[in-house]
Write a protein that binds this ligand. Sequence first.
Ligand SMILES: Cc1cc2nc3c(=O)[nH]c(=O)nc-3n(C[C@H](O)[C@H](O)[C@H](O)COP(=O)(O)OP(=O)(O)OC[C@H]3O[C@@H](n4cnc5c(N)ncnc54)[C@H](O)[C@@H]3O)c2cc1C
Length: 295
Amino acid sequence: MNVLHEEPLARHGYWRVGGPMERLVFVGDTAELAAVLAEAPGAHVLGNGSNLLIPDAGLRGTVVKLGGVLRESRMLPDAGDSARIHAGAGLLNAVLLARTAKLGFGGLGPLAGVPGTVGGAVAMNAGTALGEVADILEAVEGIGPEGPRTIPRAELPMRYREGGLPPGFIVTAAVFRVSRAGFAEEQVRMTTHLARRKATQPLDLPSCGSVFRNPPGDHAGRLIELVGLKGHREGGAEISERHANFIVNLGGASAANVMACVRIAWERVRAETGVALVPEVHVLGEWPGGVWPLG
Ligand SMILES: Cc1cc2nc3c(=O)[nH]c(=O)nc-3n(C[C@H](O)[C@H](O)[C@H](O)COP(=O)(O)OP(=O)(O)OC[C@H]3O[C@@H](n4cnc5c(N)ncnc54)[C@H](O)[C@@H]3O)c2cc1C
């Protein structure tokens, strides 16, 4: 097991901000993960860092990163056009999509363009215009405080951008349903979806995607734009000119700059529209003044 000490999240996270993680442990299989968790119960897990924010002062304790066999995938035998794929939680969604497509199977549209890992996608119930993880998930495998466990999808209370995992549960693999039927049509829909994102989102700058969940029947970006915050800057962080639900790092931003943008967006939208936005980004660690409004 490789262990890094005081390793900045800024080197691993999409925003390129965030202070040192006290101990970052790279595990290659479930036995290694179980050993780390036995020694450091409650350890955090870092996926691809595409939806995570920690303070500039850093994060105490142990963070695990899944590698080795936890990045493998294999098709499970099934009948006819349908199949299931077993995907390690450390695998990037993009790699899983490419491998599945090469075999002529589709169905993983909810992961298209989501720049995280399989584990992160399950934990967040990630989704796109082509659906959400909850629609395609059959079961998750992982290790919780009581030890290893497989949880059928039906037992997970998944909701919009919430995986419904039990507290402290680290996903080691997910089983998704895939199918040959509709493969070509899905490829076309994915291409359209990715092109639309490219045209409307600031994908050329470091960000964590959408910072807030969309409130029912509305869009967080529309509300932030409505209160005049598009283009608002705090140090090197900006509420994106192109899409107001994205906070981008223009270069040299700190985690505090990002958090200041998050706070002003939440406060202004709350004060002027009455809507209390719910964050999509996961925030860890001790923040000066607490992490309000994030939890
Ligand atoms: C440019 C951009 C576009 C994006 N577009 C989308 C989109 O279209 N749809 C969407 O839903 N999201 C989108 N996101 C957000 C993000 O990619 C997703 O939330 C993604 O699922 C996070 O996965 P990750 O591996 O990066 O997780 P991380 O950011 O590393 O972690 C996020 C949370 O998941 C937990 N986690 C990670 N791995 C595991 C595991 N194995 N077991 C248990 N918990 C785990 C972490 O502890 C943390 O709480 C976008 C982000 C960016 C930067």
